[in-house]
Design a protein around this ligand. Structure first.
Ligand code: NAD
Ligand code: TYD
Length: 359
């Protein structure tokens, strides 16, 4: 039985990954989820799996070396899947240091503890051990509106404190592979959407605001482009890279689904109108009149677009969920989880929202 140590599993992508893995492997695997439960980590995301005998939750900070060493000492970990990070660009612009702390230092701690647990006296590693570092396409910087794609060979050019800290973490992983021959992979993925995404990010924020008839904030001219991938496709890619990918390689993961932010917002409005029953009072609230242009994000990257050619050619992964279908599934999930949204938007979220959006 393989044992996975997942970091940040109570967040958006981590929790989707854990659900995906239990759906796929059932009792054949064991998962230990280590998460500090910051504002972005939510134990509710894992209610369905928390009673499984092959699932364990450990509340700890990845910067806490002793806590991480203890997990490695007490368990024979075969796979690390490292999601834990501060992940929101807007917050990184206000509080850059916490991004450096968690994303860079936390990754260093994870690498060092895994190396210590897996390295043999002759400098080789226990067979079958693998570390996967989950990263972002934002490390590659920004593309011109009409120009090109991000490949694994694209030079790093991060612009925000978030992407700079992720780039720093990626470089540390690369250095461990080059210096110590440490058995790792890196995946650089485009923007994800789907269930359990915290409503500080564009898609759940727009769904939540639209359903309440609140303004829909669009940064700048609304024409920035992101390449959206349904989160389950990302979870699948991570598993495929760990099982079939060549060690020491980086794989880009992307949706082949470039859209301007304003297009995304209009699709959400249209889909909400289609999906809400005629007698639902929210139907009258959802309208393009809510769209409100606000001040642009500082250093706002214009366009991201991934070329997932390598992962397709070597591993056979491709994005399976078309955006039209993925956005319907996402909206349906938010309809069915009104309490989840209420819980995460109470308290601190209100303060965040009013400081961030003066509308
Ligand atoms: P998220 O913010 O939803 O979740 C992050 C999780 O990490 C939370 O559960 C949080 O409690 C935990 N965490 C934060 N600091 C921690 C610490 N110091 N110690 C332990 N746990 C801590 O993020 P997400 O959107 O699920 O992203 C997960 C990973 O995927 C990140 O590394 C991110 O850079 C990467 N990524 C995200 C996207 C995206 O579109 N969301 C795209 C590509 C890559
Ligand atoms: P976001 O979901 O924060 O992801 P990222 O910045 O990592 O790509 O934002 C996606 C895009 O949407 C980005 O170009 C910024 C824009 N955006 C808005 O226009 N309004 C908003 O309220 C938010 C949160 C984002």
């Amino acid at each position: 039985m393989r044992t996975y140590l997942v970091t940040g599993g109570a967040g958006f992508i981590g929790s989707n990954y854990i659900h995906y893995m239990f759906k796929k492997y059932g009792d054949e695997i064991r998962i230990i989820n280590v998460d500090a439960l910051t504002y972005a980590g939510n134990p509710e995301n894992l209610r369905e799996v928390e009673k499984r005998p092959n699932y364990t939750f450990v509340k700890a900070d990845i910067c806490d070396r002793e806590a991480i060493e203890k997990i490695f000492a007490e368990n024979d970990i075969d796979r690390v899947v490292h999601f834990a990070a501060e992940s929101h660009v807007d917050r990184s612009i206000v509080y850059p240091e916490v991004f450096v702390q968690t994303n860079v230092l936390g990754t260093a701690v994870m690498l060092n503890c895994a190396k210590k647990a897996w390295e043999q006296p002759d400098g080789t590693y226990l067979p079958g051990k693998r570390f996967l570092h989950v990263s972002t396409d934002e490390v590659y910087g920004s593309l011109e509106e009409d120009g090109g794609y991000f490949y694994e060979t694209t030079p790093y050019a991060p612009h925000s404190p978030y992407s700079a800290s992720k780039a720093g973490a990626d470089m540390l992983v690369k250095s461990y592979m080059d210096t110590y021959h440490f058995p790792a992979n890196i995946t650089n993925c485009s923007n994800n959407y789907g269930p359990y995404q915290f409503p500080e990010k564009l898609i759940p924020l727009i769904i939540n605001n639209a359903l309440q008839g609140k303004k829909l904030p669009v940064y700048g001219d609304g024409k920035n482009v992101r390449d959206w991938l349904y989160v389950e496709d990302h979870a699948k890619a991570i598993d495929m890279v760990q099982e079939q990918g060549r060690l020491f390689e980086t794989y880009n993961v992307g949706g082949h689904n470039e859209k301007q932010n304003i297009e995304i917002i209009k699709i959400i409005i249209e889909t909400l109108q289609e999906m809400l029953p005629a007698d639902d009072p929210r139907k009258a609230l959802v309208s393009e009149d809510l769209i409100t242009y606000v001040e642009d994000r500082k250093g706002h990257d214009r366009r991201y677009a991934i070329a997932p050619d390598k992962i397709k050619a070597e591993i056979g992964w491709y994005p399976e969920t078309m955006f039209k279908e993925g956005i319907k599934k996402t909206i349906a999930w938010y309809f069915e989880h009104e309490d989840w949204m209420k819980n995460v938007t109470s308290g601190d979220y209100q303060k965040y929202y009013s400081e961030m959006y003066k509308i």
